[in-house]
Design a protein around this ligand. Structure first.
Ligand code: NAD
Length: 324
């Protein structure tokens, strides 16, 4: 069988759009990255330089493979130009329904007749957007995980009107770029991955927002309880990016009238987004990069006795201040 989806357009040059674009180009696809903002495209190109280094180090990529990957990538702020040759469009714009609908509606009139469209949404359903695409039979979800080069899964979710031929082509595409397709048998917000990850991150953020524990001790707990984990949930939030964490908590907090979720979103806005700390992407979130504390050799070590006062101060700061 010959490959049919060779020309990919990625909508949204952020954390995940940038990864999907780079990885697909590395696997031989011709890719156009589209974003509304020139500065987002520039940030994406800088991220692609970092991915080149990662693919050299972790994927054994040669200089020739990196140059070929770069040659297959282009970047555009024009939606019409970006989709003109697309066989497949993967949408990775923010997790805000109105934004996704607006992009789909603008794109509908510009797409070639044969083009398939997939959403990379983490928590929203293809049924929510199928009609906005103007081609519901050619539309489904194809959800990738952050750090696509090592977390190589792609969740495939249909809505009632998705054609089988679309699912077949999109599943083939996922395999061609080295993903393990995860078939989702019915529409569910969060698919498989985010059905457990989002509640974990919400619970973690509640612990921080409500002052129950600190990010580092929460992550220590998680990493000790799940021996072998390279990081904990606060580290995961940095990798996802604070903007997307905020969007997901705001949407679901509003939808479910969940005051704790909305407080968590406000915490993230005030402590991170308003200060330009978007997580790994900008070098700082809960941790500072490139050497986050959770990667230190002694992060999970039993502390020295000299740490006792500091630990007690975290449990009962007022009492300790009164004594000293
Ligand atoms: P992001 O905020 O990092 O990037 C979004 C990009 O979209 C930005 O570059 C922004 O400039 C651009 N954008 C905003 N409005 C736009 C518009 N109207 N038209 C075109 N571009 C526009 O977000 P992200 O983390 O990459 O998430 C994107 C999607 O991928 C979301 O649906 C999210 O749920 C999903 N996703 C994210 C992760 C993750 O770990 N970050 C993982 C899987 C799926």
């Amino acid at each position: 069988m010959t490959n049919t989806l060779n020309n990919l357009t990625v909508l949204g040059a952020g954390v995940l759009g940038g990864q999907i674009a780079w990885h697909s180009a590395f696997k031989g696809k011709r890719v156009v990255v589209y974003d509304l903002f020139e500065e987002s495209l520039q940030r994406c190109q800088m991220a692609h330089q970092q991915y080149a280094a990662i693919y050299r180090a972790e994927m054994g990529a040669s200089e020739a493979m990196i140059s070929e990957t770069q040659a297959r990538l282009s970047y555009s702020c024009s939606l019409a130009d970006a989709v003109t040759n697309a066989d497949l469009v993967i949408e990775a714009v923010p997790e805000i329904p109105e934004t996704k609908v607006a992009v789909y509606q603008e794109m509908a009139a510009l797409l070639p007749a044969h083009t398939l469209v997939a959403t990379n949404s983490s928590t929203l359903l293809p049924a929510q957007f199928a009609s906005a695409t103007g081609r519901p039979d050619k539309y489904c979800a194809l959800h990738f995980a952050n750090m696509i080069w090592s977390m190589n899964l792609a969740e495939v979710m249909a809505h009632a009107g998705t054609a089988e031929s679309t699912l077949r082509a999109v599943t083939r595409f996922a395999i061609e770029i080295g993903m393990v397709p995860i078939p989702i048998q019915k529409e569910q917000n969060g698919y498989v991955l985010n059905t457990w990850l989002v509640p974990l991150l919400n619970a973690t953020q509640s612990l921080v927002t409500n002052g129950v524990s600190t990010p580092e001790y929460i992550d220590r707990t998680y990493m000790i309880a799940n021996r072998g984990c390279a990081l904990g949930p606060c580290g995961i939030m940095d990798i996802i990016g604070m903007k997307t964490c905020f969007d997901v908590m705001t949407y679901w907090g509003t939808e479910n009238q969940d005051a704790q979720l909305l407080a968590n979103a406000t915490y993230i806005k005030q402590h991170f987004i308003d200060q330009g700390k978007l997580g790994l992407q900008t070098g700082e979130g809960y941790y500072c990069y490139p050497n986050p504390a959770y990667q230190a050799a002694d992060f999970l070590a039993v502390p020295d006795m000299s740490a006792v006062e500091e630990l007690v101060a975290l449990v009962r700061p007022q009492a300790l201040a009164a004594v000293s």
